[in-house]
Ligand binder design. Structure first.
Ligand code: GLN
Length: 501
């Protein structure tokens, strides 16, 4: 393997800026790796070879001419396939959008283009980002580079496997209930869900609009910060976009310290149901933080118990409405039944053929929850729980600067293990969902290899809304402590992925 692809994004930026490596060389190195490993990992649904190399060549030409370039110019990146791109198909992992090429770029994609980052391609996901394993992608699952018989997390398993398998130095994800943070935890990478509204959702194919947030996928906290500083900011095309600046995450990541930090351990997310090895690693990290001057406080968030139930009413309700537009008329697929079909029968046949089982399950659930007779009992109650969860957070942040928990109850599971049991699949997100319901930011950072199976686990840090900087500062400080103990980055423990294995 070219050692270049293993370097952190921050190091690659320096190599590009100093002229030690050209963007074409770097982009080609990742494209070579993709060519070799994508048949096995299925991280990318579409590879943008020509366009990526064209951007790279333009960066090299401008650099050679001494022109001023954006900071990350020439650094390749992968984009989750639920963001619209004018130069590549956008499927959202669904058959219903097969072959659709959008007429406009998502704001985040536009920002990446302005930064002159070559876009390597579009990464795999569970259909419309519904799932935790990529097993619900209509284009087959992605594989976890640590063990290719296991899931890379979901829904953003394409982005996490690409970054963990060194197919891309950075990637974009979207997180509605954990789809950036859960994949990060099970692949030994870093994933961030920013404060709701911090990153524009314009051009993101909506799953649940009040929960969705776009964020960075990276190999370490500083790299995530570099990407965050590119994609964060006000956008008039997104009515929920935050007008104020949240500051520089790179500066935060470089100035982090744990001295005097009050770290709140969420009682409800550290007890039952967590794999013993995952819990043991979590406790070790708490000890490390204490040694570095942090104070551990226990906080209780009693309403978190109802987070999954509330989420699985609010999400399907919003999704059933968001997905109504896939009607065979405006986008992608159209199935015309035999005979003399009415428009209703064409729509029904298209949606029957175009949507997979999980999407159908959620449309039915959501439509039911919103039906007039049940609206108050289900959707109304779920919204009340949402308020209670926000209050739990507010009370906890009186006592603590950040809250912590394991990101996920277990390490990566095997393909098929949870496919027949939707509730078991939903439980993966027990620790990540509360932040989506409250609109607050969260980061997952690698937290060592579990003793039972030698697979990566993650630790999640949560901060109050708009305090994303705190996550980068404290996350980077914890990461430095861990790497001090391990002697290297966690990703360097990953076994070499063998093509054709
Ligand atoms: N696994 C969660 C779900 O299936 C999270 C999805 C997401 O964040 N996009 O809804």
């Amino acid at each position: 393997m070219s050692e270049l692809v293993k370097r952190n994004a921050s190091e690659l930026v320096e190599l590009l800026q100093s002229g030690e490596v050209t963007s074409v060389e770097l982009t080609q190195a990742f494209l070579d790796r993709i060519e070799k490993l994508n048949p096995l990992l299925n991280s990318f649904l579409h590879v943008n070879t020509k366009e990526a190399l064209a951007t790279a060549a333009e960066v090299d030409r401008k650099r050679a001419a001494g022109e001023k370039l954006p900071k990350l110019a020439g650094l390749p990146i992968a984009v989750k396939d639920n963001l619209t791109t004018t130069d590549a198909p956008t499927t959202a992992g669904s058959k219903i959008l097969e072959g659709w090429i959008p007429q406009y770029d998502a704001t985040v994609v536009k920002l990446l283009r302005e930064e002159m980052m070559p876009i390597l391609g579009k990464t795999n996901l569970d259909e419309f980002a519904m799932g935790s394993s990529t097993e619900f992608s209509a284009y087959g699952p992605s594989r976890n580079p640590w063990d290719t018989d296991r899931i890379p997390g979901g829904s953003g398993g394409g982005s996490s496997s690409a970054v963990a398998g060194f197919l891309a130095p950075l990637a974009i994800g979207s997180d509605t209930g954990g789809s950036i943070r859960f994949p990060a935890a099970v692949t030994g990478t870093v994933g961030v869900k920013p404060t709701y509204g911090a990153v524009s959702r314009y051009g993101l194919i909506a799953l649940a609009s009040s929960l969705d947030q776009i964020g960075p996928v990276a190999r370490n906290v500083l790299d995530a910060a570099l990407l965050s500083d590119v994609i964060t900011g006000y956008d008039k095309h997104d009515s929920t976009s935050l007008p104020e600046s949240l500051g520089s995450m790179v500066e935060a990541a470089k100035s982090g310290s744990l001295k005097g930090v009050r770290v709140g351990v969420i009682k409800e997310l550290s007890g039952e149901g967590f794999q013993p090895g995952v819990k043991a690693l979590f406790n070790e990290s708490l000890e490390l933080m204490v040694k570095a001057g942090a104070e551990i406080v226990e906080v209780s968030c009693p309403s978190f118990e109802y987070a999954i139930a509330a989420y699985y009413l609010i999400l399907p309700a919003e999704a059933s409405s968001n997905l109504a537009k896939f009607d065979s008329v405006r986008f992608g697929m159209r199935v015309t039944p035999e005979g003399n079909p009415t428009i209703e029968r064409v729509m029904a046949a298209t949606r029957e053929a175009g949507f997979g089982p999980e999407v159908k399950r959620r449309i039915i659930l959501g439509t039911y929850a919103l039906s007039s007779g049940y609206y108050d009992a289900y959707y109304g109650s779920a919204q009340k729980v949402r308020t209670l969860i926000q209050r739990d957070f507010a009370a906890a942040f009186e006592k603590a600067d950040v809250l912590v928990s394991p990101t996920a109850p277990t390490t990566a599971f095997k393909f098929g293990e949870k496919l027949e049991d939707p509730l078991a699949m939903y439980l993966n997100d027990i620790a990540t969902i509360p932040a989506n319901l409250a609109g607050t930011p969260g980061i997952s950072i690698p937290n060592g290899l579990a003793s039972e199976d030698g697979l990566p686990s993650g630790i999640q840090l949560l901060a109050p809304a708009r305090e994303d900087k705190r996550l980068y500062a404290i996350g980077a400080a914890l990461e430095a402590l861990q790497e001090g103990v391990w002697g290297k980055r966690m990703i360097d423990f990953a076994p070499e992925v063998k093509a054709g294995a």
